[in-house]
Design a binder for this molecule. Structure first.
Ligand code: CU
Length: 511
């Protein structure tokens, strides 16, 4: 698909390199980071919002006689015009940048013809999906250049906003930053019955937020790396620079995905208005929650409902936030102030009803005292003192086990924690009941410096002692450098005998 011309220029941001004091420099050096910082970024007032928000097309699919819904998904390189008159080399799935939106229903069998037309090996991971490990698209399911992969599974989870992206070990940040990421929307009967805005691209709108930097030729540059990895000085929404959304209804549903590699957003509206949070990573909440802001770390999602008055405008913005002591906040972009997306209401709007008082019937997970407990300590770029080893199984989980995991970030800097295959529920954050945004299904949890969460993790029935899933920090630079571990799900009577190491030569010999 050809890139549409866009108008507008990126804000110029002055960069200043400052060397930190010895303690900070040592700490950062130990994490393999370059100890430098720059002035806070402030794009507020610089963005002219003169580009209509691009809406990724819904991917075509076919349903065969057995009810299998099949999608073609091709990763390829192209160019995209983000800035007027400049062609940026990009990657995408079925398009030049990002991916088409996949959509399927609970109970449906899905199948993908994944083709890799890139010059390097990639993978496609279905983030947030409950599925067999061999379909998960981890580094253990590489798709070579020119190669194909045909994963398939049955969707067994509630309506949700999931996403898909590559997961090649050590290269994920690069592949995602080049543009390989897309939304995967699941529908179900329960969500269909609710009176919620649901016209894709009209009043039910994907909002994939990514930070990027451009050089003078308009090419992406990732030269600035803070303690969390690459931080860009411009924002793109669905690959649109300086975007506005033409709002036609008085209720608009935004499916916000933090598709950035390291940036943690504190989303709010410029006029301080309240919005209703209706869903998180794994689907709809039990009821709408009124909020004035929501923090999303990389890979987290939020579905929100915004109420608009005819002819009005409001701007979604990312506001400053405390992300650690002094230089840790600066180095993680916590002082940055960035405009994201302007909502522009038409002079006359189609009226929407009141929001349903109840949303999804989310069964609370209540592990009893005998539940298996595990602890995961995040520090530096290690989990439990280890870095990723593709030949090592760190954790073996019995199938159908409801476990209690404590995830502890003992570092001063922020991390987050993503678990493949499951949607978990948060029991406690630092000893307290979870805030509204953590009351639903989650697959990724933000862990600010010196914080801990206790989560209830329901493992399913897909077993394979030789193909692991992953848990990891979803700040992609941390992940790429090894902040990741592997777990298998096995029959309960095979926990002791299941392998703790993998013969990588054997596993990947057929490729
Ligand atoms: Cu991290």
């Amino acid at each position: 698909m050809g890139a549409r011309p866009v108008h507008g220029v990126p804000s110029t941001v002055t960069r200043r390199t400052i060397l930190f004091g010895t303690a900070a420099a040592t700490l950062l050096a130990s994490a393999g980071c370059v100890p430098y910082s720059r002035d806070a970024i402030n794009t507020v007032g610089d963005i002219t919002f003169n580009n209509p928000l691009r809406i990724p097309a819904l991917a075509a699919s076919t349903v065969d006689g057995d009810g299998v819904r099949t999608f073609d998904l091709t990763a390829h390189a192209g160019t995209t015009e983000f800035l007027t008159g400049k062609q940026t080399p990009t990657w995408g799935f079925n398009r030049s940048y990002l991916g088409e939106t996949l959509r399927a229903r609970r109970g449906e069998k899905v199948r993908f013809n994944v083709r890799n037309e890139l010059d390097e090996t990639t993978t496609v991971h279905w983030h947030g999906m409950h599925l067999p490990a061999e379909m998960d698209g981890t580094p253990h399911q590489p798709v070579r250049p020119g190669g194909q992969w045909h994963p398939h599974w049955t969707i067994h989870q509630q309506a949700a906003t999931l996403w898909y992206h590559p997961h090649p070990h050590g290269e994920t940040e690069d592949h995602v930053n080049n543009g390989l990421a897309g939304m995967f929307i699941i529908d179900d009967d329960e969500s269909d019955r609710l009176d919620l805005p649901g016209r894709y691209g009209v009043d039910d709108v994907p909002v994939i937020v990514q930070d990027r930097s451009f050089d003078d030729e308009g090419e992406f540059t990732t030269s600035y790396r803070g303690i969390n990895g690459f931080l860009g000085d411009n924002l793109l929404v669905n690959g649109t620079y300086a975007p506005y959304l033409d709002v036609q209804t008085d209720l608009v549903r935004l499916r916000i995905l933090n598709g950035s590699s390291a940036r943690i957003y504190n989303f709010k509206f410029d006029d301080g208005r309240r919005f209703d949070l209706i869903g998180t990573d794994g689907g709809l909440l039990d009821r709408p929650r009124q909020m004035k802001n929501i923090v999303l770390s990389p890979a987290e999602r939020a579905e929100i409902i915004v109420r608009m008055k005819p002819g009005s405008r409001t701007t979604l913005r990312s506001a400053p936030q405390e992300l650690g002591a002094g230089f840790l906040t600066t180095g993680a972009g916590g002082n940055d102030r960035m405009d994201v997306l302007q909502l522009r209401a038409r002079p006359a709007l189609e009226p929407g009803g009141p929001l349903p008082a109840r949303l999804a019937a989310v069964e609370p997970l209540r592990p009893d005292a005998s539940a298996t407990k595990r602890e995961f300590v995040l520090d530096g770029i290690e989990i439990n003192g280890k870095q990723m080893d593709m030949g090592r199984i760190d954790t073996v989980v019995p199938a159908s086990n409801l476990e209690v995991w404590t995830v502890r970030n003992v570092a001063g800097q922020p991390h987050n924690f993503h678990i493949h295959d499951v949607q978990f529920q948060v029991l406690e954050v630092d000893g307290h009941a979870p805030p509204p945004e953590l009351t639903g299904s989650k697959d990724t949890i933000f862990l600010p410096g010196k914080s801990a969460a206790r989560i209830a993790v329901p493992f399913g029935t897909y077993t394979n002692p030789r193909v692991p899933y992953m848990y990891h920090c979803h700040l992609l630079w941390h992940e790429d450098r090894g902040m990741m571990g592997q777990f298998t799900v096995v029959d309960p009577d095979q926990v002791e005998s299941a392998p703790r190491t993998l013969n990588m030569k054997e596993m990947h010999s057929h490729e």
